[in-house]
Design a protein around this ligand. Structure first.
Ligand code: ADP
Ligand code: MG
Length: 712
């Protein structure tokens, strides 16, 4: 199987679960695959399709997606076709004839095809070995992408009782999962679920103030990198896209109100790297498999965490570091509430308030965002800090908030625990407005006792007290504040409390600086151009030729012989044959002109992952890069992995007694001493207690590396 993986797809290793899933369907068993976007679900049916005797039938909801996937398979030399309404009668006949002759291994079809008697007749005549139902959540009315045509899929089970069925989705909610299993009678299927964590994505929330300037700066820094901006309304998308064009960026709008032709061309331009930025409503995205989206920006507050996670999930499918930014202002929440108020169904309305509230909580977090997102989907993220969200990445400074917290909480109690945040704040700062006077609250001892914090800051303190569960918010449209039992205890015991400083909140909201990666940027640009030229000639999206990761590796190793080139991840036999020469030529010319050496691309397949005692190829690659004396950050960036993962590789290599010169990674003396002292104080080697003691911006990666030098 590893051979097929390299020769046909150009990859050296399976991603987590891929191998197990493939084995399951090869053993004729049904499979239900729940993995996040970008996990590599397609390969789970594409590879078995090559090993099985007949045809693998793939049901996919979107016509555009089908074409791109088939183009990508063809580029790898795999006989694949699709049948949908965009084809002429003659084209369909040609494909069906080829299928009957056994010349097609993978056949994509839209769900509505299945209802046509003619197509059913055709299916009966070919040998179907596997049925894969991609985006299978479309069958569920509970999901956000319900497609009535997916109900046609039920007949597949009765028509092909002996053929294994594989359903795939990235939808994480339990209700939808159960619905899929029930509708497709997958009760006996083996269920595969991976973590929904997307380690290559970083998350940040920025204040809405100056958001436009921020965008401009961001795009100046990230020229040529694909970005999706989500806006609330159709008009917003058009205005923002026009503004960005004024600034010289290639930005296009996308929403359901555009003519279908305009929608199609705008989407096409984005996929083909002709437009850098697409400014869209949430109508955009489902038909997009573009693997190299580097930025997903929410310009307005999303309605729910589900939607937000789905939309941000479109970033970085190729596994390379990508950013998800959200611009937040509490005013956006009020706007959303305005719409929720108009929902007539009471249960539905309550649900909408709840979802929005969870979204607001996310924006106001003072703790790890990844942790919160995964907890939302019922997953426990084991580490306290993730190294990949604005909160975890920024140095946190604290201040003693004991007195101000006591004042806020007293005001809540004195006014009877019946009022919302703004009212409480008004009382505290002594605003003499009508309602306060009517209720005689201007005579309370807490009236006007705060003069050292602005209203804005007070709001932030309240949010932090809510997220620390001292205060609870209840009610939907106009939530009121009460003290939790913990809060009452806090007041009674006169406990002390530290909260995060606001300056650091503001500062930490800056997106993490892009790591200077180790590959040659100039060569990368040249290779990108070449890729675009070839893609245009072949009328396919550029990523179908080679992924960004593949180009980055080329721009790092500068492979010039066929053998060396073939070892790059993403180069399979067909692509080697098609493009090997053209690319190595460009690389060679560049290398000569700039006097750059060619490096050996590590052979990864020799270290088989089947032998448990041996370290797998991913470790070998790290080992290779350590030999090059590359920094942890650069390795992480080049490989599309978290710094912490790289550090773990190094630990493992060292503990396995591999020969490895890591002295160049030794932390500065002072830093090492500080960390060492913290380890001694924690009396162990676990990392999180040490982080707690240090209370300083050390990352897990740094601690892991430091630990190596402390031990030796
Ligand atoms: P999903 O359907 O789960 O969102 P895809 O199947 O579209 O994900 O795969 C996402 C990306 O990962 C694609 O660019 C694909 O080529 C790449 N990929 C899949 N499997 C592997 C692998 N074993 N090694 C390297 N890249 C892979
Ligand atoms: Mg997919």
């Amino acid at each position: 199987m590893l051979n097929i993986l390299k020769t046909h797809f150009g990859f050296d290793q399976f991603r987590p679960l891929q191998e197990e899933i493939i084995e399951c369907v090869m053993a004729q068993r049904d499979a239900f695959v729940l993995m996040p976007t970008g996990a590599g679900k397609s390969l789970c049916f594409q590879l078995p399709a090559l090993k099985m005797p007949g045809v693998t039938l793939v049901i996919s909801p979107l016509i555009a997606l089908m074409k791109d996937q088939v183009d990508a398979l063809k580029a790898d030399g795999i006989p694949a076709e699709f049948i949908n309404s965009t084809l002429t009668r003659a084209e369909i006949d040609r494909i069906q004839t080829a299928a009957l002759r056994g010349e097609i291994k993978i056949l994509y079809a839209a769900p509505e095809r299945l209802a046509l008697p003619e197509f059913q007749y055709f299916l009966q005549k070919i040998v179907v070995s596997l049925i894969a139902i991609d985006e299978s959540h479309c069958i569920s009315e509970w999901g956000h992408d319900f497609r009535p045509d997916y109900r046609n899929l039920k007949v597949l089970r009765t028509r092909f009782p002996a053929v294994p069925v594989m359903a795939l989705t990235a939808t994480a909610t339990r209700k939808v999962r159960e619905d899929i299993i029930c509708q497709l009678s997958l009760e006996k299927a083996k269920i595969f679920t991976s973590s929904f964590n997307r380690p290559n994505l970083s998350y940040a929330v920025l204040p809405k103030k100056n958001s436009y300037d921020h965008l401009i700066n961001l795009f100046r820094e990230h020229r040529d990198e694909a970005a999706i901006i989500y806006c609330f309304s159709r008009k917003d998308t058009e205005h923002l896209a026009a503004d960005l064009r004024q600034e010289g960026f290639k930005a296009l709008p996308y929403h359901a109100g555009l003519e279908s032709e305009a929608r199609r061309t705008n989407q096409e331009k984005f996929i083909r790297d002709e437009a850098q930025i697409i400014v869209a409503t949430i109508a955009f995205g489902m038909g997009i498999d573009k693997p190299d989206v580097r930025l997903v920006i929410h310009y307005h507050l999303p309605k729910s965490i589900e939607g937000y996670y789905q939309e941000t999930g479109r970033a970085g499918r190729d596994g390379l570091p990508s950013q998800c930014l959200l611009f937040y202002s509490p005013g956006d929440a009020s706007k959303q509430k305005h719409f929720i108020r108009q929902i007539e169904d009471e249960a539905e309305q309550k649900n909408a308030y709840q979802k929005l509230d969870q979204m607001v909580k996310y924006c106001e977090l003072a703790t790890c965002r990844r942790h919160y997102l995964l907890a939302y989907f019922g997953e426990n993220y084991p580490q306290e800090k993730c190294d990949g969200c604005d909160i975890c990445l920024s140095p946190q400074e604290y201040f003693d908030a004991t007195i101000i917290s006591q004042k806020i909480m007293s005001a809540i109690i004195r006014t009877g625990q019946r009022f919302g945040m703004n009212y409480i704040i008004d009382v505290l700062v002594g605003a003499k407005h009508k309602k306060i006077i009517e209720r005689d609250h201007h005579n309370l001892s807490v009236f006007g006792i705060v003069d050292d914090f602005s209203k804005e800051d007070l709001g932030r303190i309240v949010s932090q007290l809510v997220s620390k569960k001292l205060i609870v918010k209840s009610g939907d449209e106009y939530p009121t504040l009460q003290l939790s039992p913990r809060g009452n205890e806090f007041l009674k015991q006169r406990e002390k409390i530290n909260l995060t400083k606001f300056e650091s909140i503001a500062k930490l909201s800056q997106p993490g600086e892009a790591v200077e990666a180790a590959y040659d940027k100039e060569l990368f640009e040249k290779l990108r151009h070449l890729r675009k030229k070839i893609a245009d000639e072949k009328e396919v999206p550029p990523y179908v030729i080679f992924s960004d990761l593949t180009l980055r590796q080329m721009a790092f190793y500068l492979p010039q012989s066929e053998d060396n080139f073939s070892r790059i991840s993403g180069v399979g036999d067909e692509k080697l044959k098609q493009y090997g020469e053209i690319f190595t030529e460009v690389i060679q010319t560049y290398a000569r002109k700039n006097d750059r050496p060619e490096k050996d691309v590590p052979v990864k397949r020799s270290a088989s992952s089947h032998r448990p005692n041996r370290l797998g190829p991913t470790y070998r690659e790290t080992q290779e890069l350590v030999r090059e004396k590359m920094s942890i950050e650069k390795m992480a960036s080049l490989r599309g992995l978290a710094a912490g993962t790289i550090a773990s590789h190094i630990e493992k290599l060292v503990s396995n007694g591999e020969k490895l010169d890591i002295d160049y990674l030794r932390p500065p003396v002072e830093q090492l001493e500080t960390i060492k002292a913290a380890f001694q104080k924690s009396r162990g080697t676990a990392l999180s207690p040490v982080l707690e003691i240090l209370g300083e911006p050390f990352s897990y990666a740094e601690l892991k590396i430091a630990r190596l030098f402390i031990r030796s």
